[in-house]
Design a protein. Structure first.
Length: 272
């Protein structure tokens, strides 16, 4: 029975993983007609399959993991915001690394599978408020993966939330949508299609870059959020790393080094 369950799980992961990279390959080759194709790597593909398996297996722990008070620290706490269909368990590796480096962390949950993006943004905003109460200067840094990065922007339309943010780093976030979302017929994915009303509304009322240091980290090998420039954010420091899949971004040492460097730079809020 266990062997059968493991085989079914492995098959489901490989089918999903293979399908996304078939679409990515098609898009990459189509872009290649203009000289922008990205080379396929079996090694990176296998590493991404492993990363995907880890976030799926760990998902139940994000439900069972009880929310704890943010530890008191002399440094700003870091709010960790997961992506679509995931939960805070996917941010565990980043949380461990940040705590090892002396940063208090709060990995949050929000209803990522819901259809109402504004409701998700309100949940993210409430968690940012909660964590800010434990901050020595009343500000929090943010690391957001995938959809989480878009929701930070949505939450920050509220000036009271914008004023609580220190440095913000997003990992593989569909700031301009993702071609993969065209496969979804329900609201949660429709809202992150390129050119969607929700994303257009964000772009028209996006003031966060005026007051906060922003960094985006994206990879041309990401088969969830593509093309790569959809993960870039106007006004941000846009960083591209090669050979990393969407979920591998959560575990890469290279990405963590970049993330930490951008969290540690002087605040713009303090100078405002």
């Amino acid at each position: 029975m266990i062997a059968g369950a493991l085989a079914s799980f492995a098959a489901a992961v490989l089918v999903f993983h293979g399908a996304t990279y078939l679409l990515w390959t098609y898009d990459s080759r189509r872009a290649g007609a203009c000289g922008a194709a990205t080379a396929f790597s079996w090694r990176a593909w296998l590493v991404e399959a492993l990363a995907l398996s880890i976030v799926v297996i760990s998902w139940p722990f994000g439900v069972l993991w009880r929310r704890r008070p943010v530890p008191t620290s002399s440094r700003r706490p870091v709010v960790l915001i997961h992506g679509w269909s995931l939960n805070r368990a996917s941010m565990f590796s980043l949380s461990v690394r940040l705590r090892r480096d002396g940063r208090a962390t709060a990995a949050i949950n929000y209803p990522s599978l819901g259809e109402d993006a504004d409701r998700k943004a309100r949940a993210v905003a409430e968690e940012i408020r909660r964590v800010s109460r434990s901050s020595p200067d009343g500000l929090v840094d943010v690391v957001a993966h995938s959809l989480g990065g878009v929701l930070v922007r949505a939450a920050a339309r509220d000036p009271s939330i914008r004023g609580l943010l220190g440095n913000v780093v997003t990992l593989g976030s569909p700031h301009h949508g993702t071609a993969l979302a065209w496969l979804g017929k329900r609201g949660g994915l429709v809202q992150i299609r390129p050119g969607s009303h929700f994303l257009a509304r964000l772009a028209d009322d996006d003031r966060l870059a005026d007051v906060v240091n922003l960094a985006t980290i994206a990879s041309p090998f990401d088969a969830i959020v593509f093309p790569t420039d959809t993960a870039h954010w106007k006004g941000a420091l846009n960083i591209t790393v090669d050979g990393l899949g969407h979920h591998t971004l959560l575990y890469s040492r290279r990405v963590y080094t970049l993330l930490r460097e951008n969290l540690d730079i002087p605040l713009r809020q303090a100078a405002a």
